[in-house]
Each structure stands twice: as structure tokens, then as C-alpha cells.
Design a protein around this ligand. Structure first.
Ligand code: DX5
Ligand code: ZN
Length: 243
């Protein structure tokens, strides 16, 4: 909280990278002109899949200065917060479905000096996140059911983005509105029109022949479709990098 939302943020999801080449992939995202690296942490309990842990985050940390946006799809995030902070996380997002754990987790993340995100699944009502809006730096609206990359965007989530945008404006808050799941060029533009400002994309970006060009194209599209251009930064120039 505090600063105005002033940028459009493109956050490639590392889950879609080539896991045989993690270091090379982190360096490739770094060169692509993307803003944040989105790191999906799955524990096999909160979601039916396991991804990677703090050690992977630690080894790629020296390869880039990008913001590490850690998305904890985990049943017991309290045991993981410190390890991920030590590993180099800049932002930590927990899920509102954890119920009474949510408020203590928000305090804990703040006490560790990190930005707090709160995520909600497609089936979870917006009323569940409403009590926390003043305490968070980012609201993550899941646009697929979490657990796997490469799923199709769930269109029914679009009104939630509009609701978040309206709440943020009406309450004078500045949390980011992040979308995650099935985000490609087309759905990113739709989410931008609805009011999103952080765009997580895995297969939508890594599936393109050039990550750099894909990031540029997504940025151009969301800037052109953004709901409130006064809070969007002008398009930035990026050096073309051969991949
Ligand atoms: C879904 C994860 C996403 C995932 C998105 O459980 O939270 O971040 O990596 O992947 P795509 O963009 O391929 O849907
Ligand atoms: Zn994610």
C-alpha cells in the first residue's frame, strides 16, 4: 500500500519454463523486458500438484534483479514464509481459502518486510477478500483453478476484476490487481479492459518463439486496453535481444 498503482506489470510464470534449464530460463526472462518473475509454489495438499521449493528460488536469485513474485498454493504457508524470504522472495501471496489463518499470515509477511498478496480461486466469492483490502499490496484473482499451467481462462472471473477495480477506486486504495491462469494476448487484453494491472502468463508467453517479443506484445496490448490510462505508464523501449 502507499504508492499509486502506476505501471502495467508483465509477470512470466516460471512454471512454464524448461525445467532442465532453470538458470538459463531465469536469465532469459531477465533479458525479456518482463517486470516480475512469478514463482508458483505448489505443495501437493492445497493443490493436487507439486512444483518447486525455496532452493530453486535461491539458486536463480543471483541471475536477475527482477521482482520475485511468489505465489504460495500451500496449506501451511506459515512454515514457508521465512525460507522463501531467505531465498530471495520480494512479494508473497497467500490464498484467502485458508480462512482464519489469513490475518496472521498477512501480519507475518509484513513483519518480514515483504509485500503481501491475497489470492482467491475462481469459485471463491469476492466478499471473502473484502475485509482484507486495506491490509494488502496485491489482490490475485485466479482465472483458472490453481494447480496446473496451460488451462483455459475462465471468463466468469471477469466481473471480479471489475469489482476489484471499483473497490480500489472507491476506497482510494492502491493494491495491484493481478490475474493468473490462461492469460494469453487475447485474455490479457480482456483483463486489462476489466481493470487488471499485473498479468501472469506461463504458456501464453513461454509458448511463443521469442519471449522478448511476446512480453512486448502483451505489454502493448494491455496498455492499449487498460481501463484507466492515467494510471498506466507509457510504453517502454526495450532493446531487442536475440534469444
Ligand atoms: C496456476 C498457476 C499459474 C500458472 C499459469 O496454478 O498459479 O501461475 O503458472 O499458467 P498458464 O499461464 O499456462 O495458465
Ligand atoms: Zn500463480
Amino acid at each position: 500500500m502507499g504508492e499509486m498503482v502506476s505501471t502495467t506489470t508483465i509477470a512470466p510464470s516460471f512454471l512454464a519454463s524448461d525445467f532442465t534449464q532453470l538458470g538459463r530460463e531465469a536469465a532469459r526472462v531477465d533479458r525479456s523486458g518482463a517486470d516480475w518473475l512469478h514463482l508458483d509454489i505448489m505443495d501437493g495438499h492445497f493443490v493436487p500438484n507439486i512444483s518447486f521449493g525455496p532452493e530453486v528460488v535461491r539458486v536463480i536469485r543471483p541471475l536477475t534483479a527482477m521482482t520475485f513474485d511468489v505465489h504460495l498454493m500451500c496449506l501451511r504457508p506459515e512454515i514457508l514464509l521465512e525460507p522463501f524470504v531467505r531465498a530471495g522472495a520480494d512479494r508473497l501471496t497467500i490464498h484467502v481459502e485458508l480462512g482464519e489463518q489469513v490475518m496472521p499470515l498477512i501480519w507475518k509477511i509484513h513483519s518480514l518486510g515483504k509485500k503481501v498478496g491475497l489470492a482467491l480461486n475462481p469459485g471463491t466469492a469476492m466478499s471473502c477478500v473484502e475485509p482484507f483490502l486495506k491490509k494488502i499490496d496485491l489482490l490475485l484473482i485466479m482465472t483458472v483453478n490453481p494447480g496446473f499451467g496451460g488451462q483455459s481462462f475462465i471468463r466468469e472471473t471477469l466481473p471480479k476484476i471489475q469489482q476489484a477495480f471499483a473497490w480500489r477506486r472507491d476506497l482510494g486504495l492502491s493494491f495491484h490487481i493481478e490475474v493468473d491462469g490462461g492469460i494469453n494476448f487475447e485474455t490479457a487484453a480482456e483483463c486489462a479492459r476489466a481493470g487488471a494491472d499485473v498479468f501472469v502468463s506461463g504458456t501464453g508467453l513461454f509458448g511463443q518463439p521469442s519471449l522478448t517479443r511476446a512480453v512486448q506484445k502483451m505489454r502493448r496490448l494491455v496498455l492499449a486496453n487498460g481501463r484507466d490510462l492515467s494510471i498506466s505508464a507509457p510504453p517502454m523501449e526495450f532493446k531487442e535481444t536475440l534469444l
